[in-house]
Design a protein around this ligand. Structure first.
Ligand code: FMN
Length: 227
């Protein structure tokens, strides 16, 4: 796909979307305050042109020496998404089981349990997410350049928010990372770092629950809380 790609594509209701202008009017601070993880997604397809726009946002991220180590692989074919989902689901169930055990014993906040349930929903419905967008990257001197990929990933999350696409950041596929990378045509030199399931949202964007910045910001010296 090139800059000559279609400029008008279909949205989830068949409405026309202008690829060049969609999301361009969303304020940066508005987007970053409301880009919560959206894990309930419609199965309707997302035009490749919009995925290209999301990835292009990723390419404007900084990277060491401007080496731009990122590689994006968008998996859209249903049987290929099912392949990923079949492996992600049991890994996630094993990962989250102790937390649900703690929740049953009343040890977790309501917000935390809501978050866990949403993540579980994603694990059980991953095959329905119309795009599995993997972010991979070139290793440097044998080491994964994760720190160079996360700025790109954050740009991509914000681009999805601006366009109106639901997305969440996941990494648990790394448990079957080598097998997954081989399936995607990636070698040991270019491992995946994250999987972004993308689709039109069922839920709404909104401000995620966060502690106040005033509990996190210190000038000159950190002051540890008492106790
Ligand atoms: C490094 C990293 C790895 C993550 N891995 C997963 C994952 O494997 N599965 C998942 O559902 N969410 C994953 N998340 C998403 C977090 O759970 C999510 O950002 C957090 O719950 C806050 O969500 P909120 O922004 O909607 O409040 C990951 C987030 C980060 C930063």
């Amino acid at each position: 796909m090139s800059d000559d790609a279609r400029s008008v594509v279909s949205g989830p209701e068949g409405e026309e979307i202008d690829v060049a202008t969609i999301g361009e009017d969303v304020g940066l601070f508005e987007a970053l305050r409301t880009a919560r993880a959206i894990r309930r997604l419609r199965p309707d397809p997302v035009a490749p042109e919009l995925i290209r726009k999301v990835c292009e946002a990723g390419t404007f991220a900084p990277s060491g020496g401007n080496r731009q180590p990122w590689i994006f692989v968008a998996v859209t074919e249903p049987e290929r998404r099912a392949w990923v989902a079949e492996r992600y689901r049991p890994v996630f169930h094993d990962y989250i089981a102790p937390a649900f055990e703690a929740a049953r014993e009343g040890g977790l906040s309501e917000a935390r349990v809501r978050n866990m349930k949403a993540a579980l929903y994603l694990a059980d419905h991953l095959h329905e997410a119309p795009v599995h967008l993997f972010v991979a990257g070139w290793k440097r001197r044998g080491a994964e350049q994760t720190q160079a990929l996360f700025p790109a990933i954050q740009n991509m999350l914000l681009a999805c928010r601006a366009i109106g696409l639901g997305v969440s950041l996941t990494t648990l596929h790394k448990s079957f990372g080598r097998e997954c990378d081989a399936y995607l045509g990636l070698s040991e030199k270019t491992p995946t770092c994250a999987l972004l399931p993308i689709g039109w949202p069922l839920g709404r964007f909104g401000k995620p629950p966060r502690d106040s910045v005033d509990e996190k910001l210190f000038f000159e010296r950190y002051e540890a809380p008492e106790g």
